[in-house]
Design a protein around this ligand. Structure first.
Ligand SMILES: [Zn+2]
Length: 1028
């Protein structure tokens, strides 16, 4: 018989043969399931809480039936399912089929056994693959149904705030015979028809596939399974025609990207992990080749404590190398906003967890979904035993197409990591022909590398891979016309790429995501919580470490700090810290910050009590005094309020140490504040002199020594501006370039500028403004004696919708680049929009400061809890507040308090101490009432060069008798420094970020201290063993 002449009719004939919609009375798809049998009984119990199995099954269950609805949103229904398999089904494959809205988990004999989620194409639990006489025919299962979808319960759209009243319907619950032979034939035909369609008419392989499929339909009588083998033989013949040697190889790895919280709260994620991972385990049992890459130590920890039985099975498959922990971090964190030390802790907590639980650390960093990647990450990865990085998010760039899928990524210190983006631009593939072809076609490094990865599986509780995906790829393992597809591991892929790497390009600097730039600003309370809690944990660790070194009786609060760090790290997840989560998540996150603040304050007090006990003990003869502690590694002279009073005093406190306030130190020059006839106010402290108009705007900002003016003629600095902020879709995520065209200066004065503190040690003036229709802003502008920057203490009552508030500082500086602080360093970004790569960065992120400098002079903008910023032309802007409505309709509405500061400087920002000033603004001196009046100032550590920052001090993880110090070169220079300490030190060794001593890392304890060599932005860790 001749093959058909008409391509389209042959194709459609095949499609109809597989259709779930058409001709199911006579097509192959209609034969997939055989006889059906209803459940023996079904009953249900509903609860608003997420409870454990043991508690659930003790409740009173009421009758339920298919067709019933449950809810509302976030409730949980537990179903008791009694079933009885008909005797007549002997020899058949029997499935328990469950189709409902929401996410379900099947429990059997008190253990979770299978997730059932329609959205993840998982609706059946295999009871037996061939029913035997001896098998029990009657059994009881429980089904735990979460009343939320895979992606929460957005009302009307994915990212809309959750619909609180959604109902969840049970549409099918029954037993069914599954015809495996029909299924296999369906899979053969699907692949052949996809090849026919997608390879296209210019490809002869397309026609070979089409004619084979057509022939199969001819020989196949759907009512007579004895005709199936002949049809399958036809398919096997074409699938076994192999590729040539040069064909691209796709490494397929099972995956299930689970957001640790996003459109559902943290608590639901715990169940999503269990539902997904138990499903993966079931699939692994039936498919010995399946591998599964799984990130986020936190999720492993959740499953370990909530589902110990399942965890044992996971451990077993980890040991077999098939369930593969990847990433090495506590969670898949945001890649921009966490501090350098936070990023180190992500790896430290993650890698140590994997080491403890599985006996090895991850060799790949894994961040497929995060909104941009700091240029400091390569060095941090290398310091944590990782040389490989996988992501794909840059495929979301709105403006420029990233030019590589496989390349070396080089950080600001020169560290390199081999980086791979799945060329299919996804981390949730389905193993289809289309995706394989896209992977090859889209690969930007054709000819340089011949291997790539494909991650397959439904994410976010969808249970990851399916049997279908595996069966598709089996047929494509080596078939002429398609790339080779092998089930593989990240290690296998990167190992081949490392061998092929000689032709690869290098990308230097940050991997900036040209989208989601609103996430630097959205949910200001979360940003503030992050910055504050980073500071609190820093201070607790420094003070506790010093206390340990000074007193053998002090117990370093290691386990409490670990608990608090893990809360902070969890909140750095890539939909929480960016603010792209629902209100329920925001509430959880703010609670975690509150917990860190509460416990942190207690731990700090305990450390100070131990460290300064002598000074705090009341002594009859001593007068009341004030103890001031400095947790930063340089001497500071600042104005503080005396403990328990409003009285101000200027103090000098040594580096990482403390001093008692005795006679008030008098400033060289007090602050002078004067009101001019036109209502403007001038302030001067001998370092800077400012003139403020009645609206609180700077019309002049001068360095007193040089009389260099910072504000251009006719311009106003500290100018608030309001923008319309309506993105294209991703509301909480995106601010679009066109928002800049809607700028409206805020000029409605509620209360003109008035002097609030007339000078001396501190001068201040305050004013208030109306913003938009219903928001207000009150600001106190403060100048301290001896301080090189002017502070703006700001309070906002924010009640806007889709508006963006910024504050602008036009400055009299010309430079084509501005400098932004990042983790353990800084980088430059252009102030112009020459190319599309430049203007795509119209809104960027920074940490504690940004700076615009020309030779010999510059102006820096410091902040205590903001991250969004920009510098265009000569205008520095700090992004203050947004008002998106999805996925949290209440985002940012309410009261806000934050401080920023402006600092004009002579010379470079490095020499002028901008970096130190920004730290000072963020780490206020600690003031404690003391009794003793006599005590010399004490310093634990100091450094011989301001280029190096001693960022963190902590107890070593595995050695209670040792401290770990983290230092970095902050100026971008090559420098040798001496680290001096007054602590009793026995031994010093360089170590990596996981605190593993470096080979040849031993340091000599010399008279001048420890000699440390740095190259630009180098991060060093030192292990100090205490003499006790
Ligand atoms: Zn994600």
């Amino acid at each position: 018989m001749a093959a058909p002449g008409h391509r389209r009719s042959a194709l459609e004939r095949g499609e109809k043969f597989l259709s779930e919609l058409y001709f199911t009375d006579c097509n192959l798809r209609g034969r997939l399931f055989g006889d059906r049998c209803p459940l023996a009984s079904l009953s249900c119990f509903q609860t608003p809480r997420r409870i454990r199995y043991d508690e659930a099954i003790r409740q009173e269950f009421r009758p339920a039936k298919v067709g019933d609805s449950f809810g509302p949103t976030w409730e949980t229904c537990w179903f008791k399912v009694e079933l009885s398999i008909p005797q007549a089904w002997a020899g058949q494959e029997v499935h328990f089929v469950w189709e409902s809205d929401g996410e379900a988990m099947v429990w059997r004999d008190a253990q979770p056994v299978q997730g059932l989620t329609k959205e993840g194409e998982k609706t059946s639990y295999i009871l037996t693959s061939s029913l035997k006489e001896t098998e029990p025919h009657s059994l009881t299962l429980y089904v735990e149904l979460a009343c939320n979808g895979l992606f929460g319960a957005g009302k009307g759209s994915l990212i809309a705030p959750p619909d609180p009243d959604r109902r969840f319907t049970l549409s099918k619950a029954e037993l069914v015979i599954f015809n495996r032979d029909v299924y296999e034939l369906l899979m053969d035909l699907e692949i052949l028809l996809d090849m026919a369609k997608l390879l296209g008419e210019e490809n002869q392989r397309s026609f070979q596939a089409l004619y084979t499929a057509n022939q199969m339909i001819n020989v196949c009588d759907v009512m007579d399974p004895s005709t199936f083998p002949a049809a399958r033989d036809l398919a096997a013949a074409i699938f076994s025609q192999r590729n040539g040697e040069s064909q691209h190889t796709i490494h397929a790895v099972g995956h299930c990207h689970i957001d640790s919280a996003w459109l559902w709260p943290y608590e639901e994620t715990i169940r999503k992990c269990a539902r997904s991972w138990v499903t993966v385990i079931r699939l692994m049992e039936r498919n010995p080749e399946l591998t599964f890459a799984c990130s986020q130590a936190q999720q492993f920890e959740w499953v370990r404590s909530w589902y110990p039985g399942l965890y044992v099975q996971i451990q077993d498959f980890v040991a077999k190398g098939r369930f593969i922990p990847v990433g090495g971090t506590w969670v898949e964190m945001d890649g921009n906003l966490p501090s350098g030390e936070s990023m180190v802790r992500q790896f430290l907590q993650g890698q140590r967890f994997f080491q403890e639980q599985f006996g090895w650390i991850c060799s790949e960093f894994w961040l497929p979904d995060t909104f941009g990647y700091s240029a400091q990450l390569p060095q941090l990865m290398r310091g944590c035993g990782i040389k490989r990085f996988l992501t794909q998010k840059l495929s979301w760039n709105l403006v420029n197409t990233f030019p590589h899928h496989t390349f070396f990524w080089e950080g600001i210190d020169g560290s390199q990591v081999l980086t791979h983006f799945p060329p299919g631009d996804s981390y949730g593939m389905h193993g289809r022909v289309e995706e394989m072809l896209k992977t090859v076609k889209n690969n930007k490094d054709k000819g340089r590398v011949n291997h790539s990865i494909l991650l397959f599986g439904f994410g976010d509780g969808g249970g990851g891979p399916t049997q279908k995906m595996l069966d598709r790829m089996k047929r494509m393992s080596d078939t002429d016309g398609l790339p080779r597809v092998q089930i593989s591991t990240p290690d296998q892929l990167f190992s081949v790429l490392e061998k092929e790497s000689s032709q690869l390009h290098t990308w230097v600097g940050e991997l900036f995501l040209e989208l989601h730039n609103g996430t630097y600003t959205t949910q200001a309370q979360i940003k503030k919580g992050n910055r504050e809690c980073e500071r609190i944990l820093h201070d607790v660790e420094v003070l506790s470490a010093l206390a340990v070194a000074q007193s053998s009786t002090f117990q370093y609060p290691a386990s409490q700090l670990q608990r608090l760090w893990r809360l902070l790290l969890l909140n750095q997840f890539h939909d929480v810290l960016p603010g792209s989560c629902i209100q329920l998540v925001v509430e959880d996150a703010l609670q975690y910050y509150a917990e860190i603040r509460r416990a942190g304050a207690r731990l700090r007090e305990e450390a100070v009590q131990s460290l300064c006990r002598e000074l705090l003990q009341p002594k009859a003869e001593s007068a009341e005094s004030t103890l001031v502690l400095n947790t930063l590694p340089w001497e500071r002279t600042e104005v503080i309020s005396r403990a328990g009073t409003d009285s101000l005093v200027l103090v000098t406190v040594p580096s990482m140490g403390y001093a008692l306030v005795r006679e008030p130190l008098l400033p060289v020059q007090p602050v002078a504040v004067r009101k001019q006839e036109d209502g403007s106010i001038t302030m001067e402290n001998g370092v800077i002199a400012v003139c403020l108009d009645t609206m609180g705007r700077l019309t002049s900002l001068q360095l007193v020594g040089s009389e260099r003016e910072s504000v251009p003629d006719g311009c106003h600095a500290n100018q608030f501006a309001l923008f319309d902020d309506i993105p294209l879709y991703w509301d909480a995520w995106d601010v679009m370039d066109y928002h800049l065209e809607t700028r409206k200066p805020v000029t409605t004065l509620l209360k003109p500028l008035e002097i609030t503190l007339a000078g001396g040690l501190q001068g201040s003036a305050s004013f208030s403004l109306q913003i938009g229709k219903s928001s207000t802003l009150r600001q106190e502008i403060i100048l301290d004696a001896a301080c090189p920057y002017l502070r703006f203490l700001t309070q906002v009552e924010w009640k806007e919708a889709h508006k963006f508030l910024k504050v602008e500082f036009p400055v009299k500086v010309r430079s084509t680049n501005a400098t932004y602080e990042i983790q353990f360093g800084h980088l430059q970004r252009p102030t112009h929009w020459n190319t599309s790569w430049d203007w795509a960065r119209f809104e960027v992120w920074t940490h504690k400061w940004l700076d615009l400098s020309e030779h010999g002079f510059g102006v820096a903008l410091l902040n205590d809890c903001k991250y969004g910023a920009s510098a265009h032309g000569n205008v520095l802007s700090l992004s203050l507040l947004r008002a998106p409505k999805s996925p949290d309709a209440t985002a940012d509405i309410g009261h806000h308090q934050f401080t920023y500061a402006v600092m004009p400087h002579q010379g470079s920002f490095q020499d002028a101490g901008v970096i130190q000033c920004a730290y000072n603004l963020n780490f206020p001196l600690h003031v404690v009432p003391a009794s003793s009046a006599q005590c010399p100032a004490w310093s634990a550590f100091s450094l011989s060069s301001p280029a190096v920052v001693l960022e963190a001090i902590k107890q070593a993880e595995d050695r209670p008798d040792a401290l770990v110090l983290r230092l970095y070169e902050a100026h971008g220079s090559t420098v040798v420094v001496w680290l001096q300490t007054s602590l009793p030190i026995k031994d010093a060794t360089l170590c990596d970020l996981l605190e593993r001593p470096a080979a040849q890392g031993h340091l000599l304890l010399e008279q001048q201290g420890l000699r440390l060599s740095f190259t630009p932005f180098r991060v060093l860790s030192v292990l100090l063993v205490l003499r006790q």
